[in-house]
Design a binder for this molecule. Sequence first.
Ligand SMILES: [Zn+2]
Length: 143
Amino acid sequence: MRQLIQAILAMFSKPNPPVIEAGDGMLSEHFSKAEFACNHCGKLHPSGVMPPLELLDILEGVRAHFGVPVTVNSGYRCPVHNANVGGATASRHMEGDASDIMVKGVSPSAVYDYLNRSMGSAGGLHEYDTFTHVDTRGHKARW
Ligand SMILES: [Zn+2]
């Protein structure tokens, strides 16, 4: 009886849609789920569909263009983590479609210039001192 109750409880506690758990799985040729998971709780965006393919394509493009490894410093941030790191209240990191990236041996400004050219009038882009922010919001944003 107790097992039956536990089984029923487990059924109702399943998230819907199923949450993609961070792990060793790859999202694209060179980028893993773990790289996009929240640095604080290890979770990916609860929608289960982030990061979007568009963002992964952009990052694979960066890697192909420069021919060196690309590190994702910050991908998804849960609201707690975003607040902890002083992120913007409407940060795209909380939406799961943003990445702060470092490209081995390449300056953030060179990464920014490449992305600004290749993304044209799409998405968000900003150059920081040590990394470049890129996101796939539905409109152009440069700041
Ligand atoms: Zn978190």
